[in-house]
Design a protein around this ligand. Structure first.
Ligand code: HAM
Length: 433
């Protein structure tokens, strides 16, 4: 029978096996964030539309085309969050977290919403891990944030990721850059897409972010003649840039300077960065971020610098899955009982579940059928509550890793399984890069 309803376009369900992979990734990330000393901030999934319009930029694709904007029954204009940063800064101000010399390290995790054209690794509801270091303008803050960014991917088994890095200078730098770009592209206007022509008027840097082949062809022709933001920035921005690169070198972070990296949101100043993975194509970043020294002031706060990033969890997990991040059922214990031992075994199952993942029959299946199911389950341990052993206070424990089977006292069972497991792990990291 065909299902009458489907998940809305651009959304999807995570079935238990996939959800388990997600939980593993989230847990690993939480460990890294905790060790870096970041605190969790949970903000609402929707905010005033105006907050996003002001921060992301009125002319950005995010605001013009991708916002889940709605009016509630009280006639408020709201929007599902398309990213975390705006809400985090709103909360920062609302709770008065600012103050001279105070640095805040905040992380958030959860779903965000963008109305785009769904494709591989591009959804309308997706999840981000977002981190912000607020209150420091020092290059060391950029270095910490980029190091954390890379360490999160490494905790998932990514190796040899290269961070692409650029500086976006100040709003004046970008205006000057935009004028130069307009002049360069003027003779080629008729070959550009309508989107790029609009961007050239409203926000010329975004032209460099185009995904249209016709625009890319023009940009390729102009390669070598396009100005670099780095050549236009003032001496303080330049010194900041040099110090960030030196800090990354010292921390052992691999990076590549990418003069074409401009990011899709309007609030960035100075450092901007992204990581990409070949399997998603050059246009899809696994994650990105940058410095936003003017953002808090723009929202009505005292001038407060900040730097942060967001990692696209869906994309990271897609890549890991393709590389063979596999669920490992090795620590599952399967308990098989007979009619005479079923009642007693239920207490044993409950006890084992305090420490292990345990599978047990709930349908009073015949012993043979339970054994068959246990064989199929791929569980590492099989516990057989046979009538005779049970009467002696024992069960049979079979360890599929060694093939060994022995009688174990019921009270010693959990300890025996634990000893055989050594360090408990629910997932193995099979991904290689
Ligand atoms: P963003 O580059 O817009 O940055 O998004 C970060 C990441 O979210 C992207 O690199 C990508 O992995 C993922 N992403 C974006 N759109 C989609 C989509 N439709 N489907 C799946 N994944 C997607 C920000 O959001 C900034 N708030 C980051 C930041 C924090 N900057 C400073 N602080």
């Amino acid at each position: 029978m065909a299902a009458r309803h489907q998940a809305p376009r651009g959304t999807r369900d995570l079935l238990p096996e996939e959800a388990e992979r997600w939980r593993w990734a989230e847990d690993r990330a939480r460990g890294v964030l905790e060790r870096y000393g970041y605190g969790e901030l949970r903000t609402p999934m929707f905010e005033e539309f105006e907050l996003f319009a002001r921060t992301s930029g009125e002319s950005s694709d995010l605001v013009q085309k991708e916002m889940y904007r709605f009016t509630d029954l009280g006639e408020r204009t709201l929007a599902l969050r398309p990213e975390f940063t705006a809400g985090v800064m709103r909360a920062f101000l609302e709770h008065g977290l600012g103050g001279r010399g105070r640095v805040h390290r905040l992380w958030s995790m959860g779903p965000v919403f963008r109305y785009g054209r769904p494709q591989k690794g591009r959804y309308r509801q997706f999840s981000q891990i977002n981190c912000e270091l607020v209150g420091s303008a020092a290059p060391g803050a950029d270095v910490e944030i980029i190091t954390l960014f890379v360490d999160l991917y490494e905790a998932w088994g990514f190796r040899s990721l290269t961070v692409k890095l650029n500086t976006l200078g100040q709003p004046e730098t970008r205006r000057e850059y935009g004028d130069k770009l307009r002049a360069l592209l003027a003779p080629h206007l008729d070959r550009l897409s309508a989107d790029s022509r609009r961007r050239l008027e409203q926000n010329p840097l975004r032209v460099l972010d185009t995904k249209e082949e016709q625009d890319l062809a023009v940009l390729r022709e102009l390669e070598g003649r396009l100005p670099h933001l780095l050549d236009l920035v003032g001496p303080e921005d330049r010194a900041h840039w040099d110090a960030v690169l030196a800090g990354l070198d010292a921390a052992g972070i691999r990076y590549e300077v990418d003069h074409g990296l401009v990011r899709g949101l309007d609030y960035y100043t100075r450092t901007a960065f992204e990581v990409h993975d070949a399997s998603l194509g050059a246009q899809s970043a696994l994650g990105g971020g940058g410095r936003y020294d003017g953002l808090i002031e723009q929202l009505g706060g005292n001038p407060t610098p900040g730097v942060g990033f967001a990692i696209g969890m869906d994309r990271a997990l897609l890549v890991l899955e393709e590389r063979g991040l596999a669920l490992d059922a090795a620590d599952t214990v399967c308990v098989v009982a007979m009619d005479a031992t079923r009642a007693g075994a239920s207490a044993l199952v409950r006890e084992l579940r305090r420490r292990f993942r345990v599978e047990a029959d709930v349908e009073a299946k015949a012993f043979g059928a339970q054994m068959k199911a246990a064989g199929k389950s791929g569980a590492r341990f099989l516990v057989i509550a046979g009538e005779e052993e049970w009467a002696r206070g024992e069960v049979a424990l079979k360890d599929s890793a060694s093939g060994e089977q022995k009688a174990v006292k019921r009270e010693a069972l959990a300890g025996e399984i634990e000893a055989r497991l050594g360090v408990r792990q629910t997932m193995t990291r099979g991904s290689k890069t």
